[in-house]
Design a binder for this molecule. Structure first.
Ligand SMILES: Nc1ncnc2c1ncn2[C@@H]1O[C@H](COP(=O)(O)OP(=O)(O)OP(=O)(O)O)[C@@H](O)[C@H]1O
Ligand SMILES: [Mg+2]
Length: 383
């Protein structure tokens, strides 16, 4: 299969800027008209496939006659000889298109149709954080990711999705006596009434707490809130409870009502796995259920966490590559534990900062997160 690109509109540029030129470049002619002419002389052999993606007018009919399928990658009416992109491709992220036609993984989760129609301003990315077992550091990780993202200049909102425990509130307001805003206060429209400005809490990101004790809301309400919030914040991190494989069949769970729809729309989900043969094995159960439920593999990021007290020799890396992108192993430490207990934010942690950077580089490509640089600073550090 050969897939070539002729053009430079927003969609095609998103592809050509990431795919090696030798994979898509028409090897003759400079102007589209010349390229089309050359292509019309290259007959696609029977049984082979030749695709052309273009947004440029040219004599496409003779090219089509030579056996090429020519997809029109612009919102205008397709010229003779070309055909519109299939609906299935239009509604999927650019990532999918690059993989299908070039076998290349590119981290662009924007929907093809949106980009083609010129909706270039990205709505915020929504990163859900979950796990298969409790107490693996989802809540702390969510805060630490929000901190770093905000430091890098992203307008960031942390949403506490721990409906029953209000875990983030327990950290910022252990006595439960501060007048903080919760998602329960949101009644539609702009998302601000339910968000607390970071500076009121001494942090650099904004935060929306879970409903107060005794009051509940629905995952549907959360989704509607996220939908509004992503128009205003560039990154939204949702700290969720643990989920299980069976949850994907149960609409009342965050798995099927939050993780599934968001990832199907191209948003990333971080699954934290507790190191240990048993716990990693259990996590595989969840990871395997995700693609079966419809969660795209490229939207799943995985990190292992080694709890305090576990020796590195007891830890074995599993191969998660069939289920998602492995982003690294985090080492919990007594020092970090003491800081968390003391209510601190924003410290440098050599046990996990480069994993945090890797998660953000994966979830928000193009921002300039660079795990290699962070790792560099940590040379010489050992468990
Ligand atoms: N990097 C770390 N080093 C040491 N201890 C940590 C670290 N991160 C989290 N912890 C501790 O581990 C415990 C669990 O962390 P956290 O609440 O973030 O996990 P969780 O996965 O959100 O738990 P839950 O399943 O209850 O929501 C807490 O006591 C926290 O202080
Ligand atoms: Mg938690």
């Amino acid at each position: 299969m050969v897939s070539l690109i002729v053009g430079n509109g927003p969609l095609l540029t998103a592809l050509t800027s990431r795919i090696p030129p030798e994979r898509w470049h028409v090897p003759a002619g400079a102007a589209p008209v010349e390229q089309a002419h050359w292509l019309s002389l290259q007959h696609v052999p029977p049984g082979k496939h030749g695709f052309i993606f273009t947004d440029q007018p040219a004599q496409w009919m003779p090219v089509q006659a030579a056996g090429w399928r020519i997809y029109w990658c612009d919102a205008s009416q397709e010229p003779v000889g070309t055909e519109p992109l299939p609906e299935a491709a239009l509604q999927r992220p650019i990532t999918d298109m690059a993989r299908r036609f070039w076998g290349v993984n590119i981290p662009d989760r924007r929907i093809v149709a949106d980009v083609m129609l010129g909706h270039l301003e990205r709505t915020g990315t929504v990163l859900t954080v979950t796990s298969n077992t409790g107490g693996v550091g989802k809540t702390v990780t969510s805060r630490r990711l929000a901190e770093r993202a905000a430091q890098a200049g992203l307008r960031t909102l942390l949403i506490d999705g721990n409906m029953r425990q209000s875990s983030q509130r327990s950290f910022f307001d252990p006595m439960r006596n501060k007048p903080l805003h919760t998602i329960y206060e949101w009644r539609g429209g702009k998302p601000f009434p339910a968000a607390n400005q970071g500076r009121t809490l001494g942090i650099n990101y904004d935060i929306s707490f879970a409903p107060p004790t005794g009051v509940t809301t629905t995952w549907r309400q959360y989704m509607m809130y996220i939908h509004e919030a992503r128009k205003w914040w560039q990154l939204i991190i949702v700290d969720l409870d643990r989920i299980s494989a069976a949850d994907f069949d149960d609409e009342t769970t965050a798995a099927s009502s939050i993780v599934l729809p968001l990832t199907m729309g191209g948003d990333p989900c971080l699954v934290i796995v507790k190191a240990g043969i048993q716990t990693q094995g259990d996590a595989m159960g969840l990871l395997m259920a995700m693609p079966q439920a419809g969660v795209p593999r490229e939207c799943v990021g995985i990190k292992d966490t080694i709890p305090v007290g576990m020796k590195q020799s007891e830890y074995q890396r599993f191969d998660y590559s069939r289920y998602g992108m492995f982003l690294g192993t985090e080492f919990q430490s007594e020092a970090a534990s003491a800081r968390i207990a003391a209510g601190q934010s924003g410290w440098a942690d050599p046990g996990l900062d480069h994993v945090r950077e890797a998660v953000l580089a994966w979830a928000c490509p193009d921002i300039g997160f660079d795990p290699a640089k962070v790792k560099e600073k940590q040379k010489g550090w050992k468990l």
